[in-house]
Design a protein around this ligand. Structure first.
Ligand SMILES: [Fe+2]
Length: 136
């Protein structure tokens, strides 16, 4: 399952590499959820992905915001707010998982949200950075 597309490229190597890694990890996550087998056996992957999303993603956001600052990107503050919102959602999901003891329905919902968000963000919000660079 390959979900990354070259059309998602922003044209900045570090950002594109990080995006590729995000797509790779999320595809892997979705794939493992779809596998047959006991829900309990899938939980390590769920926890690993959640930790990854809260670690790697935060670093990625910082790098992306740093880059936007460097090029004087006019929509930095709006973009940063989108990142912050996402970080808050990850924390909410994480709390919900702990409260519900990693209920399958909650996790499946999380997985769908994650993929939809990533595509929308990379192909939409982040693409605007590329448009800005090109217009310079
Ligand atoms: Fe972004």
């Amino acid at each position: 399952m390959k979900m990354w597309k070259d059309t998602y490229k922003v044209g900045v190597e570090i950002i594109d590499e990080q995006h590729k890694e995000l797509f790779r990890r999320i595809s892997e996550f979705l794939f493992s959820l779809r596998n047959e087998g006991h829900w309990e056996d899938k939980l390590p992957k769920v926890k690993e992905t959640l930790e990854f999303m809260q670690g790697y993603v935060v670093i990625h956001f910082e790098d992306e915001e740093e880059y936007q600052k460097k090029i004087n990107y006019p929509e930095l503050m709006i973009h940063k707010e989108i990142h912050d919102q996402f970080k808050r959602e990850m924390i909410t999901f994480s709390e919900r998982f702990n409260d519900s003891d990693f209920d399958e329905v909650q996790v499946q919902k999380f997985a769908r949200t994650l993929l939809a968000w990533l595509i929308k963000h990379v192909a939409g919000d982040d693409k605007k950075i590329a448009d800005f660079i090109r217009a310079q």
